[in-house]
Design a protein around this ligand. Sequence first.
Ligand code: AMP
Ligand code: MG
Length: 427
Amino acid sequence: MTSTDPHHDPSCMDDFDPASLDAGQALAQIVDTVSPPREIETVALRDALGRVVAGESRSRINVPGHTNSAMDGYAICSEDIPARNRATLSVLGTSWAGRPFAGPVRPGECVRIMTGAAMPDGADTVVMQERVEKKDDTIGIDCDNQPGQNVRQAGEDIRQGETVLEKGKLIHPAELGLLASAGIDEVSVYKKLRVAFFSTGDELRPVGSELQKGQIYDSNRYTLYGMLSRLGVEIVDLGVIGDERNAIEQAFSDAAARADVVITSGGVSVGEADFVKEILEQLGTVHFWKVAMKPGRPLAFGKVGDAWFFGLPGNPVSVMVTFYMFVLPALRKMMGTSYREPLTVTATCSSRLRKRAGRIEYQRGILTLEKNGDPPGHGYRVSKTGPQGSGVLRSMSDANCFIILPMESSGIEAGDTVRVLPFEAIV
Ligand code: AMP
Ligand code: MG
């Protein structure tokens, strides 16, 4: 890339640096170092959404609780299924869902039954209503029926006392429903993580204030707030802190005292890091890395007091990328779930993408399903969003995925296959 290129992007100037750390190694080091949670609390079922199971939840009941019909039809004794031709049975009454038929069913008899209604004593088989011939108070059934058909046995889905959710399971809408079906109205979950963050930089002003010359609005606290809110952690927003020694030192001490995790943005790049480094050396143990990735090269990780610390770069896109790639997996482990790699797909890239070998890149792309593929509707196509500078937040907003270009790649041509990480797969 040359400086006459109309899409020249100053952040491309960070050349390959042999001293830089591989992004995969940085992630492994972070995830291996942080610890799972210890503190547990019991919450009401609805409040368990987005939380992580801390102790096995066991079913209070059999699900289904009673043997019941899977169809609208007639509950019969299987011995009445004729070997040939038809059999005629007399209808005793009806078993409704929630209002069972009181008496037993004997050979030669049957009960009309609704889906989900309890099977009457003596009956073991349901004949679909479409398959009977009804005449006054009798039905005719044919030989084409199997003993036990259309019946759901008590405890078929979950047995009483069986584990419904394992420790470490993240509770989604399906898990809430599953717990409810097993009669569990309180859940033992890990306590919410407390995450404190602040932005550093003399040029930053909070949104809502007037800007003087050379000042910009702080956007990183908003992207961080958004990403953290979706994780359901407790958020402590400590605002904007100027590039001033005492103020930064005070902010770090405050944050570490109030939270399990401290995240900052800005101030870890070369030239700024020095005095932040000094403060962090006093307050804890922090590694300052140059990660071989773009965006997001500088990254600090370690401990400040008792809190885990992530020092993210200042550039708005770098903040989001480093959060998703490093902080999110670490937070998931600290929340009590195990790390899993997000799902990626392969796609045909419509754009030519420039890149230097020696670092992994997360370019922002728009992923669509191929309409004219073979067969139609199969396969994905991806194109890049506009300018890819690490300060261009619009590239994240326009995008729905990251196009992941591996270390060794030195750019791709239009039509090449690339690996894509859909944003939907991240949180
Ligand atoms: P730094 O890492 O502090 O050198 O910042 C790199 C770039 O990101 C500079 O252009 C900063 O002005 C910008 N920046 C840093 N923090 C923020 C923030 N909180 N919101 C928006 N831009 C920021
Ligand atoms: Mg700064």
